[in-house]
Design a protein around this ligand. Structure first.
Ligand SMILES: NC(=O)c1ccc[n+]([C@@H]2O[C@H](COP(=O)([O-])OP(=O)(O)OC[C@H]3O[C@@H](n4cnc5c(N)ncnc54)[C@H](O)[C@@H]3O)[C@@H](O)[C@H]2O)c1
Length: 363
């Protein structure tokens, strides 16, 4: 079993990673929680596959289980859904001593974390992430959020779980598209982390290889993110590096109105940005091709006609990282050596014009 220890200003907890650990998740949970009421929050897809087994394990250990199943999809990440969960918990008498488990992908993790944080000013929760995105990214770091008025993650908090249980076996039932989307974030992390990890993603040639190497990929991605978030809990400094590819990715994701996944948009964002800074001789020669090789081989998109369009530029202007017309861009000086480059938005527009056509031909 791999254990990654997280120390935050509020609490210390562990992320445990092991193939097959889901079969003994109940006893792991009972080693940190006394028997209590536990709400298992899950979406309808994941609940059908895994909720019964977890409930049985916890029931046998004296926990009283309340299944809290929501519709699958981003629409459930809403304040209305938080209120509905809270109502259901109050109806069956949840107290401050009870707890929630997030059993599902990143949507469930974000929704459960926020609900746990708000119920009676905060009850315990833990995460059992079941998608690759959730295992390598959203379950690590304590960010919770829901969407409001069409704005993603606008309403959220930092709230740390008591434990995160990661089992790559869950990925066996995850669709290839969902898996590959999560892998976009793994490639991102490998480029930020350093040559060892980047070499590993360089050896992944197809989707089957992601599945075969899932345990190692997850362990390396979590270890890197854990180290970053422990040094910068609330994104005041180096945690910003995790936004590599996101500044250009977010507008692409938004302009595709739900037709493009987050990891797919980040893939386009990383390639576009790196090409710009390779041309400017800040990123090393050949890095864009190295990224393209890793992303394209598993079917991730690497360019979009929307890059540089007036709609794209207008969304860039509203980016959270855009302060007074200056964009904070995460750029790789080398693999494993990210830096923040401050670039005026009008200059970014010109730089984008210089690479759009080249990338179009790489598609
Ligand atoms: N908090 C953070 O730091 C953070 C970081 C990254 C992403 N996120 C959030 O995470 C969400 C995206 O995560 P996601 O891609 O996991 O989305 P998701 O939770 O919607 O899951 C995607 C799909 O996979 C299905 N699924 C999940 N696990 C499965 C399994 N084992 N078998 C079969 N189907 C399974 C779900 O039912 C869903 O249909 C977004 O809301 C995003 O904002 C949060």
């Amino acid at each position: 079993m791999i254990q990654v220890k997280i120390s935050s200003s509020i609490k210390n907890y562990q992320i445990v990673i092991k193939e097959g650990i889901k079969n003994t998740a109940g006893s792991l949970i009972s080693s940190i929680w006394s028997p209590r009421k536990v709400g298992i929050v899950s979406d309808e897809n994941v609940a059908t596959l895994y909720l019964d087994d977890l409930s049985k394990q916890l029931n046998a250990l004296g926990f009283e289980i309340k299944p809290l199943v929501v519709s699958a999809g981003e629409n459930s990440k809403s304040l209305t859904q938080v209120a509905d969960l809270i109502k259901q918990m109050a109806q069956v008498g949840f107290t401050r001593d009870d707890g929630l488990i997030a059993l599902g992908g990143g949507m469930i993790g974000d929704l459960t974390g926020l609900t746990a944080n708000l119920y009676m000013r905060g009850i315990a929760y833990l995460q059992i992430p079941t998608s690759l995105t959730a295992q390598v990214d959203s379950s690590v770091g304590g960010k919770t959020a829901v969407n409001l008025a069409g704005i993603k993650n606008i309403l959220g908090t930092f709230y740390q779980p008591d434990l995160v249980i990661v089992d790559p076996i869950y990925l066996r039932t995850l669709s290839n598209r969902d898996l590959v989307e999560g892998y976009g974030e793994v490639v991102k992390t490998s480029a930020l982390a350093g040559v060892d990890f980047f070499d590993l993603t360089g050896r992944i040639q197809n989707v089957a290889a992601i599945r075969q190497n899932a345990l190692t990929l997850i362990e390396k991605a979590i270890t890197y993110k854990a180290q970053i978030i422990m040094a910068d809990e609330k994104e005041a400094g180096n945690r910003k590096f995790l936004n590599f590819g996101h500044t250009f990715g977010h507008p692409i994701e938004a302009l595709n109105h739900g037709q493009m996944r987050h990891g797919e948009a980040v893939s386009i964002g990383m390639v576009t940005l790196t090409r710009i800074f390779e041309k400017a001789k800040i990123s090393p020669a050949g890095l864009t091709q190295e990224l393209i090789r890793r992303l394209k081989t598993v079917g991730l998109p690497i360019s979009s006609n929307l890059i540089g369009s007036p709609e794209f530029i207008s969304l860039l202007k509203n980016d959270k990282k855009n302060r007074h017309g200056i964009l904070n861009l995460v750029v790789l000086k080398a693999v494993g050596n990210p830096i923040i480059v401050l670039e005026p938005l009008n200059q970014v527009e010109d730089l984008l014009k210089g690479v759009v056509h080249e990338l179009h031909y790489c598609r």
